[in-house]
Ligand binder design. Structure first.
Ligand code: HAS
Ligand code: CU
Length: 546
C-alpha cells in the first residue's frame, strides 16, 4: 500500500463529515439574520421537519461550533502529525475505531436534533432538557476524539523510541499539545453529562443543579474555543510562512505559545459566568486576571506570525515599512483566506478583551455583541483559516488541482466583507441597545425601530456569507469530482525556522508544563467546584420550552 494511504483516507473522511455538517448547520445562519429583519422563512421549513427558529439555531450551533470543528481538527491532526514525523500511525485501526465512534455519536445526536427533541442550543444549559440520545451522542463524539488523541500519542511514543533526544518537530508538537489540552478540558463536560445530565434526563433523579452544570460546562467551554483556534495557529506558524516564501521567525516562541495555551486555557472559564449568582466574586476576579494573561500568547502570535510573513514578503522583493504587505501571495486563495482570517481576528480578539473585563462584561453579556465576537473568532479566524487550509489539503488528498483559484479568492474576500458587516452590526446593537442574543427578534414585542439599520447591516453581511459559503462547496465538489489531475504531488507546507538552532529542551518537555497546568486548574477551579458540589442543589426539573 502507498505510504500514508490510510492516513489520507482517515483525514478525508473526517473532513468530508465536517464539511457536510457545516453545510447543513451553516444554512441556518442566513435564515436567522433574515428573521431579524422580518423575513421569516421558518414556517416554510415545517415541511422538512424544522419546527422553529430555536431548532434551527440549535442545529446551527451544534453542527458548526461542535461538529464541523471537532471533525475537521481531528482529521487535520491525523494528517499533520503523521507528515510532521514522516511516519504512519502506530495503530491505524485505533484511529479508524475513533472515527466510527465519533460518527455514531454524531448520528445519535443528530436524530433528536432533527426531530426537534433537542432544541437546547449548542450550550445545552440545564434545566433545558433534551432527549437522552442527544447527550449520549455528544459524549460519543468526545470519546471518539479522545481515541483519535490516543492514536496520536502511541505514534509519538514510537517516534520518540526511534529518535531519543531529538526535538519533536514543531507541527507535531503543537498538534499534540492541542490534543492534550482538549483531553483535560473535556473532563468538565464529561462530568456534566455523565454525572448530572444523563441520570436526570433518564428520570433516575428528579432534579438537576443548573449552577453546577454550567460551571462544569464552562470548565470545558472556554478551552473549547482554543481547541478551535490552535489548529489555525498550527497553520499560521508552521505552514503559512512557507506558503509566503518565508521562514518561521522564532520557533522557540511558537512552542512557548502552545505551552502557555495548555496551561492557561482551562482556568479562565468563569469569564463566561460573570453574571452567575452562585459563584463568589473573588473567583471571578481570579479568572478575569488569568484571562488577561492569555493575551500574552496571542500578542506573541500576532508579532511572530506577522514577522514570519514579512520574511517571506521581503524575500519576494517587498520593500518599505508596510510596502512589503503587497508582496505577500495574495493571489493564492489558501494564503489570502488565512491572512484575511488573521485580520478579522484582531477585531475578535479586542472584543474578547472587553468581554473578559469583569465589569464591562455586564454591558454586553447575553447581547448580540457576543455572537458578533464569536463570528470574528470561531466564524472567521478559525473557519476561514480552515477553508484556506482546505485549498491545499483537498488537492493533496484528492490528487486533483484546486478546481478554481479565482473562486477560492472570491470566496475568501466575500467571507471577509460579510463577517465585517455582520459582526459590526451585531456588536453595535448589542452594545448600544442591549439587543438580546438567541432571540427571534423579528417577532419580538420589544423590537425597536432604531435597531433596524444595524440588523439590516448584519443581514447584508449574512448574504455575503451565504454566497461565500456556496462558493466553498462549489470548489470542494469541483476539485474532488471535476478538476484536472495534479501535475506534481503536493506536500504539506512546513516553514523552516529562521534560526536553525534547536529550541531549548524545556520547550520540548511535557512534565513541567503538565504539572503547572494541573496545579493552575486546581487553584482556579478546586475551591469553586468543591463548594458547588458540597452544596449541590439538584432541585430543578427539566424544561422543554419549544
Ligand atoms: Fe471569546 C465568548 C473572551 C477568544 C469564541 N467566545 C465567546 C463565545 C464564543 C467565543 C463561541 O471574557 C460565546 C460563548 C457562548 O455561547 O456563550 N475570547 C475571549 C478572550 C479571547 C477570546 C479574552 N473566543 C476567542 C476565540 C474563540 C472565541 C479565539 C473561538 C475560536 N469570549 C470571551 C468572553 C466571553 C466570550 C469573556 C463571554 C462573553 C459573555 O458575556 O457571554 C482572547 O483569546 C482573544 C485574544 C486574541 C487577540 C488577537 C491577536 C491577533 C492575532 C492576529 C495577528 C494578525 C495580524 C494581521 C496583526 C488579542 C494573533 C496581519 C496582517 C498582515 C497584512 C500581515
Ligand atoms: Cu471564553
Amino acid at each position: 500500500m502507498m505510504k500514508f494511504a490510510r492516513e489520507n483516507r482517515l483525514t478525508s473522511w473526517h473532513i468530508g463529515i465536517a464539511l457536510t455538517a457545516l453545510f447543513i448547520g451553516g444554512a441556518f445562519g442566513p435564515l436567522q439574520k433574515m428573521e431579524h429583519v422580518g423575513i421569516n422563512l421558518y414556517p416554510a421549513l415545517n415541511n422538512i421537519g424544522i419546527q422553529s427558529y430555536y431548532q434551527g439555531l440549535s442545529l446551527h450551533g451544534v453542527l458548526n461550533a461542535l461538529v464541523w470543528t471537532t471533525f475537521f481538527i481531528t482529521g487535520f491532526f491525523v494528517f499533520t502529525v503523521s507528515r510532521s514525523w514522516n511516519r504512519e500511525l502506530r495503530y491505524p485501526r485505533l484511529n479508524t475505531a475513533a472515527l466510527i465512534v465519533m460518527t455514531l455519536g454524531l448520528v445519535s445526536a443528530a436524530v433528536p436534533l432533527l426531530g426537534n427533541k433537542a432544541s437546547v442550543l449548542y450550550t445545552f444549559y440545564p434545566p433545558l432538557q433534551a432527549d437522552t440520545f442527544f447527550y449520549l451522542g455528544l459524549t460519543l463524539v468526545v470519546v471518539g476524539s479522545w481515541i483519535v488523541g490516543y492514536g496520536l500519542y502511541f505514534t509519538y511514543g514510537a517516534w520518540r523510541k526511534d529518535n531519543p533526544g531529538a526535538r519533536t518537530p514543531f507541527i507535531a508538537l503543537a498538534s499534540l499539545i492541542t490534543m492534550v489540552m482538549w483531553q483535560i478540558a473535556t473532563l468538565g463536560v464529561a462530568a456534566e453529562i455523565l454525572f448530572l445530565i444523563i441520570p436526570w434526563s433518564l428520570g433516575w433523579v428528579e432534579g438537576i443543579d443548573p449552577q453546577l452544570s454550567r460551571t462544569f460546562f464552562w470548565f470545558f467551554g472556554h478551552p473549547l474555543v482554543y481547541f478551535w483556534l490552535l489548529p489555525a495557529y498550527v497553520s499560521w506558524y508552521g505552514m503559512l510562512p512557507k506558503q509566503a516564501g518565508g521562514k518561521l521567525f522564532s520557533e522557540p516562541l511558537a512552542r512557548l505559545v502552545f505551552w502557555l495555551f495548555l496551561a492557561l486555557s482551562v482556568p479562565v472559564g468563569l469569564h463566561h459566568q460573570f453574571t452567575d449568582p452562585g459563584v463568589p466574586a473573588g473567583w471571578k476576579v481570579l479568572h478575569a486576571v488569568l484571562t488577561f494573561s492569555l493575551f500574552i500568547p496571542s500578542l506573541i502570535t500576532a508579532f511572530t506570525v506577522v514577522a514570519s510573513l514579512e520574511t517571506g514578503a521581503r524575500a519576494r522583493g517587498g520593500k518599505g515599512l508596510i510596502g512589503w504587505i503587497g508582496k505577500l501571495p495574495w493571489g493564492d486563495p489558501s494564503y489570502a483566506a488565512q491572512n484575511l482570517a488573521m485580520i478579522l481576528f484582531v477585531f475578535g480578539g479586542i472584543g474578547g478583551l472587553i468581554n473578559a473585563s469583569y465589569n464591562v462584561n455586564l454591558a454586553v453579556h447575553n447581547t448580540m455583541w457576543v455572537p458578533g465576537h464569536f463570528h470574528l473568532t470561531l466564524g472567521s479566524a478559525v473557519t476561514l483559516s480552515f477553508f484556506g487550509i482546505l485549498y491545499w489539503l483537498l488537492p493533496k488528498l484528492s490528487g486533483r488541482q484546486l478546481w478554481s483559484r479565482k473562486v477560492g479568492l472570491w470566496q475568501a474576500w466575500a467571507w471577509f466583507v460579510g463577517m465585517l458587516l455582520m459582526s459590526n452590526g451585531l456588536h453595535i446593537v448589542g452594545l448600544i441597545f442591549s439587543v438580546p442574543r438567541r432571540s427571534m427578534l423579528g417577532v419580538a414585542p420589544y423590537l425597536q425601530p432604531e435597531w433596524a439599520p444595524f440588523l439590516t447591516e448584519a443581514f447584508i453581511g449574512a448574504m455575503f456569507l451565504a454566497v461565500s459559503g456556496i462558493l466553498v462547496y462549489v470548489n470542494v465538489i469541483g476539485t474532488v469530482f471535476f478538476a484536472r489531475k495534479l501535475e506534481k504531488p503536493i506536500e504539506m507546507p512546513v516553514a523552516e525556522p529562521l534560526d536553525p538552532t534547536p529550541a531549548p529542551a524545556w520547550l520540548d518537555s511535557w512534565k513541567p508544563w503538565l504539572v503547572g497546568t494541573v496545579a493552575l486548574i486546581l487553584v482556579a477551579y478546586g475551591p469553586v467546584l468543591f463548594a458547588l458540589i458540597r452544596d449541590i442543589a439538584s432541585t430543578s426539573p427539566g424544561f422543554k420550552l419549544w
